[in-house]
Design a protein. Structure first.
Length: 288
């Protein structure tokens, strides 16, 4: 099934307009959702709209309300809310350019792929992409979608452009209030050196496919077993985490030294296994 465009319109830089299509770069297929079921009948539970002390109410008696103080609401009907919606525009104006490091990662929200809408738009699209790449800058603009206005950032991504929605300033909590209780004393240099050594040993190129949500994998496996067992209970064996050895007092230096040693041992074992595998796979040369 072909991907459906999240937005179609024009990216505008001064007097230049580039027809583009924007597609979601992530999917939610890995997650599992549940419905509440009435066990005796096997039917899903539905919910009634009720008012405390009154009971069920008709849907046409319900309006939206914003709580301005405890128990006090400003009531708004759908027409009033619709009247202040931002008009959906088919143009994304690039209004500012910034250095990539100027935007804190906390502000990045969701990624999208941007592609030229047709062959005629391709040349201008490539010019914008390469200009951003050459300048090492990120473009900013505001995208109007479904009545809302989103702050977005655009940057080169291979042959295309990556658009990321950004959180607004009032949506991000500043970390200083959380970190203020942390001491300012510098740790022992030997401890830092050991930790740095461990980091170096475990450094490798990032590959997202190497990581899995084990909870989701286990749930899928359980659902599959239950389906085959026709609804009967299936108990999964859960591996208990290993009990921590020793008391609560941790010798940080000893722990780091052991970690570095274990990491070196695993690395050496992996290299030895790789050499053995390589030797087994190498065919013997035929005698002349």
């Amino acid at each position: 099934m072909a991907a459906r465009a999240y937005w179609q319109g024009n990216i505008r830089l001064a007097l230049v307009s580039i027809p583009v299509e924007i597609y979601a770069a992530v999917k939610s297929g890995a997650s599992i959702s549940f419905r509440q079921i009435h066990e005796p009948s096997g039917k899903p539970i539905s919910y009634e709209k009720v008012v405390s002390g009154l009971g069920p109410v008709d849907r046409d008696e319900i309006v939206k309300g914003y709580e301005v103080s405890k128990g006090n609401y400003v009531l708004l009907d759908d027409d009033e809310i619709e009247a202040v919606r931002i008009e959906s525009k088919k143009t994304l104006d690039l209004v500012q350019f910034v250095e990539a490091h100027e935007i804190d990662p906390l502000y990045f929200e969701k990624p999208y792929y941007v592609v030229p809408a047709d062959d005629l738009a391709e040349e201008a699209f490539i010019v914008l992409r390469e200009a951003l790449r050459s300048a090492k800058k990120i473009a900013l603009g505001q995208l109007s979608v479904r009545g809302h206005e989103k702050l977005v950032a655009l940057k080169p991504c291979g042959k295309g452009i990556l658009l990321e929605t950004l959180r607004y300033g009032d949506e991000v909590r500043q970390g200083q209030s959380f970190f203020k209780g942390i001491g300012t004393d510098k740790p022992d240099k030997d401890l830092i050196d050991l930790a740095s050594s461990l980091i170096d040993q475990k450094t490798a190129p990032f590959d997202a496919s190497e990581f899995h949500d084990r909870y989701v994998d286990a749930l899928k496996k359980l659902v599959e077993k239950k389906a085959k067992a026709k609804g009967k209970k299936v108990l999964e064996d859960v591996e208990e985490p290993a009990a921590a050895s020793g008391g609560n007092v941790i010798d940080l230096m000893a722990a780091l030294k052991k970690s570095v040693g274990d990491s070196k041992g695993k690395s050496a074992s992996s290299k030895t296994a790789a050499r053995k595998t390589s030797t087994r796979k190498t065919p013997a040369k035929k005698r002349a």
